[in-house]
Design a protein around this ligand. Sequence first.
Ligand SMILES: Cc1cc2nc3c(=O)[nH]c(=O)nc-3n(C[C@H](O)[C@H](O)[C@H](O)COP(=O)(O)O)c2cc1C
Length: 235
Amino acid sequence: MRISVHFPVRSSVVLVALAALLAVPSLFAQDLKPIQLPKPQTSGGKPLLTALDERKTARTFENKPLPPQVLSNLLWAAFGVNRQPDVKPGYGRTAPSARNSQDVQLYVLFADGVYIYDAVANVLKPVVAGDARAKVGTPAQASAPVTIAYVSDVKNDKYSSVDTGFIGQNVFLFAASEGLGAWFHAIHGDDASRALNLTADQHLLYAQAVGYPGPNAYVVPPPPTAPPTAPPAAK
Ligand SMILES: Cc1cc2nc3c(=O)[nH]c(=O)nc-3n(C[C@H](O)[C@H](O)[C@H](O)COP(=O)(O)O)c2cc1C
C-alpha cells in the first residue's frame, strides 16, 4: 500500500526553506563565540635586520591553521597594545596612526567566520559566521588560513591608508621572523564589504593573507596574458 502525505503548497515552501537553512553553515554571529587569545609573546623572534632581509610576498599557502599563540603574536605585532596610556590618551600601539586615531580595525577572517581584533582585551569578537575569505581576495589569497582585512572610518580615508601600511609592514616582518608567508593585497570582489557586515560609514581598504608558505610560495606568477583582439570587422 502506498501512503502519500500531502502538504499544502505554502507549507512545503516553508519546509524546503527550513531544510535549506539547516543544510548551510550558519550565518549568524551569535553562533560564534568570542576567542580569548593567549597573552602575546612580546620578545624573541629573528633580529630585525634578518626579518627585513627575508620580508617578501608569499603567493601560495599550506592548508594548516595558525596555532593560537602564533595568531595572538601575529595580531599583537600587527597593531597590538605595547604600552599603557602615557602622554597621549589611550593605549600605545605597535603601529603609529595619524593624530593617534587608532582608527584602523583588523577584521580577522577564518574558515568559520569573521572576527574583530580587540587589542586591549586581546579578544577576537565575532562579527559574522561563514567563510568570507574568498569575498575579499582571489582564490590563491583566500587559501591562506587567516586573512586580515583592514577597515577604517570613511571620514578618515586620507590617513587610514597610511596607517594600514604601517600595520601591514608589521605583519610582513612578523611573518618573516616566524617563517610564515604574507600577501598584502587590494580587495577583490564587489561583495567584500557586505560579507564583513560593514556599514556605509566603513571603508574596506586592503587585506593581507597570512599562513605557512606553500610550494613555490615565492615564485611570482607571470602576468595574465591579454585576450586576443578580434580583427576589425570587414566593411
Ligand atoms: C598597496 C598594495 C597593494 C597591493 N595589491 C596587490 C594585489 O591586489 N594583488 C597582488 O597580487 N599583490 C598586491 N600587492 C603586492 C605587490 O605586488 C608586491 O608587494 C610586489 O610585487 C613586490 O613583491 P614583494 O612584496 O615580494 O617584495 C600589493 C602591495 C601593496 C603595497
